[in-house]
Design a protein around this ligand. Structure first.
Ligand code: DSN
Length: 491
């Protein structure tokens, strides 16, 4: 039996049923092959590619076979718009069970009074949350006298007035180049259009969140919603301080913990660093550090729970019952003690990765990490983030380019590479392997040069010294072979 590389005492997720899972996958792929062989081939190729590359995308992971298999069932065939016990379709008794179990695990895992398991993604979870906050807090002007309590009860005339009023609601979130997410008020996203938005950044010297500057911005701007959380900020956040700021200006604190939900679930982030006791509404995805299926969750205090519960059909299409079932399985896994050891190892490995870069002279945004993210500034290598991302991919290292604060290359070409440890930690990598990963990345970037396009300098074209890609990929393959993905799973 494969042993969990994280704890060396508990079985790896799936280790005890890996033979059954192998047989199931072989049968499934054969069935798919008879209908559309290209899909069977792409599915086989995907696991081969994932097995033989260093997956460092901070928002990705590997779910257990139990989570993956749960998604492939007939629960997919059922419509269940509405909420538990109150559906717009008949025959939803089993979906009610599934959603109840998923929500129960989420409440208990995160210590939240209420959990909503339907969102199909993190963006959907944020939209549900924004709408619920509006529905709870925004009274349509002049309609309160007519007995209208909130925006969900509006008449056509009320909607007309609300549309005018929505432009004046304010949202304050972290800027994209400081590590915030598109849905935290970025102008090209609906969140930057439905609200009057403003962003807070980080200290230009340290790259760290400056709570005094944030408080000042909140006092000036007086947002309805203060958004906490990030996609590319390599540090922990003090959510108790954020709540104090929100309370002072009368804002609702919404925290998007999509990236670090696994560290919250695994009790690495506790006290002031755990958003759930401090935020009015907390949103997350389930597939990043939490290691579940692709999807979202919303957690809320009682004040907001009724409005969140109306997420479908207000904001969302019919629930994906098969995915909610997989969320329940993943959340049950995350409640096991082995998950806490995993989460601690994710954070320890990020530190080892950061130290590996620093000792080789590379520059990191904020000078290090205390979560699962390392943000490498590639300017000292003389390349853009886009060139670095491509050269690394050629060498079997999968990363994503990312803006850094005040990025001279903008959000498309960028000057940074975002790296995360959740996926390779699931494979069993420890601090020594992450140090070697840093060595390989520095090796590739030191041998990458910008190349000119026919029209002049290019921020995308690059050349990699002969033999580097092959040599580094071979070294990566050695690390990967020692830490196999889905050990024992043969297709
Ligand atoms: N795509 C996710 C990420 O990579 O952080 C956020 O939406």
């Amino acid at each position: 039996m494969a042993v969990d590389p994280v704890t060396t005492s508990a079985p790896a997720p799936g280790a005890d049923y890996v033979e059954t899972a192998s047989a199931a996958y072989r049968d499934i792929l054969q069935i798919i092959e008879t209908v559309e062989p290209r899909i069977a081939a792409a599915t086989r190729k995907e696991i081969a590619d994932q097995r033989d590359s260093l997956k460092l995308i901070a928002s990705e992971n590997y779910a257990s076979p139990a989570v993956l298999l749960t998604m492939g069932t007939w629960l997919s065939d059922k419509y269940a718009e509405g909420t538990i016990g109150h559906r717009f379709y008949a025959g939803c008794q089993n979906v009610d069970t599934v959603e109840t179990v998923a929500a129960e695990h989420a409440r208990e895992l995160f210590g939240a009074p209420y959990a909503y398991a339907q969102p199909h993604s993190g963006i959907d979870a944020n939209l549900v949350a924004y709408w619920a906050i509006l529905a709870t807090r925004v009274e349509a002007p002049g309609l309160a006298d007519a007995g209208v309590k909130n925006v969900n009860d509006l008449s056509e005339e009320g909607w007309e007035k609300l549309r005018a009023q929505l432009g004046n609601q304010r949202l304050l979130g972290m800027s994209l180049d400081a590590g915030g997410h598109l849905t935290h008020g970025f102008r090209p996203n609906i969140s930057g259009k439905m609200f009057h938005q403003r962003s807070y950044g980080t200290d230009p010297e340290t790259g760290l969140l400056d709570y005094d500057a944030l408080a000042k911005a909140a006092r000036e701007f007086k947002p309805l919603i203060l958004v906490g959380g990030y996609s590319a900020y390599p540090r922990r956040i003090n959510f108790a301080k954020m709540r104090e700021i929100a309370d002072e200006v009368g804002a609702t604190l919404m925290v998007d913990m999509a990236h670090f939900a696994g560290l919250v679930a695994g009790k690495v982030f506790t006290g002031d660093e755990d958003p759930v006791p401090h935020a009015h509404v907390t949103t997350t995805t389930t597939h990043k550090s939490l290691r579940g299926p692709r999807g979202g969750l919303v957690l809320a205090t009682p004040e907001y729970s009724d409005a969140v519960d109306k997420g479908c059909p207000m904001v969302l299409g019919g629930p994906l019952s098969h995915v909610m079932a997989a969320k329940a399985v993943a959340l049950a896994e995350a409640r096991q003690p082995a998950f806490q050891a995993y989460a601690q190892r994710v954070a320890d490995n990020a530190k080892a990765l950061a130290e590996g870069f620093l000792k080789r002279g590379a520059r990191l945004v904020t000078g290090g990490t205390d979560n699962h993210i390392v943000l490498l500034d590639v300017q000292s290598f003389g390349v853009t983030g886009r060139q670095a991302e491509s050269a690394l991919l050629d060498s079997g290292i999968v990363t994503n380019r990312n803006s850094i604060p005040a990025d001279p290359n903008g959000a498309w070409y960028t000057s940074g590479i975002r790296l995360g440890t959740p996926a390779l930690t699931t494979r069993g990598f420890g601090p020594d392997e992450f140090d070697r990963v840093a060595e390989l990345i520095v090796d590739v970037l030191a041998k990458t040069e910008p190349a000119a396009a026919a029209s002049g300098p290019s921020k995308a074209k690059y050349s990699l010294a002969d033999g580097t890609a092959e040599r580094v990929h071979a070294a990566a393959s050695e690390l990967l072979a020692a830490n196999p993905l889905y050990p024992g799973l043969t297709l």
